[in-house]
Design a protein around this ligand. Structure first.
Ligand SMILES: Cc1ncc(COP(=O)(O)O)c(C=O)c1O
Length: 368
């Protein structure tokens, strides 16, 4: 009944891809994979990159090939996608709450090595009961709030208390602590960022030592984002870093002194030039997220995105500098990679401007 969906041929030029389309510059992404891998070759901590950024098993497997010890994700349904793709060691850096999810978790634990976070007693007991019923087992990290004000316990005593309950609960193996210093990851000034990370990681490592003093093993101390990977990754006592955005980057993280390249752009088409100084593209808030500011037009002098509607992007064109015409394609750098990627079905992976691969974003929309 409908015309067939257009699939651009591999090897075609960027301009032959229909829009809006998320493009990955493979040279830039591979540079980021190498840069991060090189840092962790020299570090005592290991990288367990966050899936939430790209939500794409192909990229997760490239991260593992580059030396990552496993993958972090936020949602059980993301973990299911990872397991289906063959990932063998997964941290769900989140609480899994409620009988429906816990029984899915117990089933999934038959297929892979899973780690989850906890911060309350009832949840620990429900996890243990469900693992026993399913005959499976999971590893558990107690989450500590290291200043973000999100999930997690606040004191060493509470952390030890929960660690003790986990370690005596059948089906659960107490494996350490999780503490995400999200309050520090975007601090642009390096000295201030270092100070914020040291305060947060000091609290996390102190809690780990407190637990060890009570003769409980605390093998994993997991933390870290893209803005803090090198500070957290060098902090004595931290064993794993969960950075995600580094692999594709965005304009928010570009403001920091990070060694990573922006590898992700959105290709859009000018659909109207309704008056001098104005152009409209076919990408709005359903193609680009805006909570970290408006995306940035690349490669043109004198044009900028000034507003996004649902399906339209409004471009201001400085007179005499550039002219845009309907049908023309332009690229934009997202301001927040993770929430932009979640809006799309697939990536178009390019090398030197030619299409090399198309990768389904299989974790897209996996919220449950
Ligand atoms: C638990 C957790 N770990 C790590 C990260 C780091 O991600 P990014 O590399 O995008 O800063 C996040 C970001 O939201 C997170 O929630």
């Amino acid at each position: 009944m409908f015309s067939k969906r257009y699939t651009p041929p591999l090897g075609c030029k960027k301009g032959q891809i229909d829009t809006p389309a998320l493009l990955i510059d493979l040279d830039a992404m591979e540079f980021n994979l190498r840069a991060m891998a090189e840092f962790f070759e020299e570090s005592t901590a290991r990288l367990r990159p966050h899936f939430k950024t790209h939500k794409t098993p192909v990229i997760a497997h490239q991260q593992l090939e580059a030396g990552a010890i496993g993958i972090t994700c936020a949602k059980l349904s993301e973990a299911e996608v990872l397991v289906a793709s063959g990932v063998k060691d997964i941290l769900i850096a989140n609480q899994i709450v409620g009988s429906i999810k816990i029984s899915r978790l117990a089933d999934l634990a038959h297929h892979t090595r899973l780690i989850v976070a906890v911060d309350q007693e009832d949840n620990i007991r429900q996890l243990s009961a469900s693992m026993q019923e399913a005959g499976s087992a999971i590893r558990v990290l107690v989450e500590v709030d290291v200043g973000l004000g999100r999930c997690g316990v606040h004191t060493n005593e509470e952390a030890l208390h929960l660690a003790g309950i986990v370690s005596t609960s059948p089906g659960l193996e107490f494996s350490g602590l999780l503490g995400y210093e999200g309050q520090a990851v975007f601090i642009v000034d390096r000295a201030e960022r270092v100070e914020a990370v040291e305060k947060a990681m000091g609290k996390l490592v102190e809690a780990a030592n407190w637990i060890r003093k009570a003769d409980l093993p605390c093998e994993i101390v997991s933390a870290g984002g893209t803005g803090t990977y090198d500070i957290t990754g060098r902090f004595p006592g931290v064993t794993e870093v969960e950075a995600g955005s580094y692999v594709l980057m965005d304009t928010r993280y570009r403001q920091l002194d990070l060694p990573f390249r922006c590898a992700l752009t959105l290709l859009a088409t000018v659909i109207s030039v309704p008056m001098p100084g104005r152009a409209v593209i076919d990408a709005g808030k359903k193609a680009l997220s805006v909570e970290h500011g408006l995306p940035e037009v690349v490669g043109f002098e004198g044009i900028r995105l000034v507003n996004l509607h649902e399906e339209h992007g409004l471009i201001e064109v400085e007179p005499q500098r550039t002219e845009l015409v309907p049908g023309q394609k332009i690229e934009l750098l997202p301001s927040h990679v993770c929430t932009t990627v979640n809006l799309h079905d697939q990536f178009y992976a390019l090398r030197e401007g030619r299409l090399e691969a198309m990768w389904p974003i299989e974790g897209r929309g996996k919220l449950q």
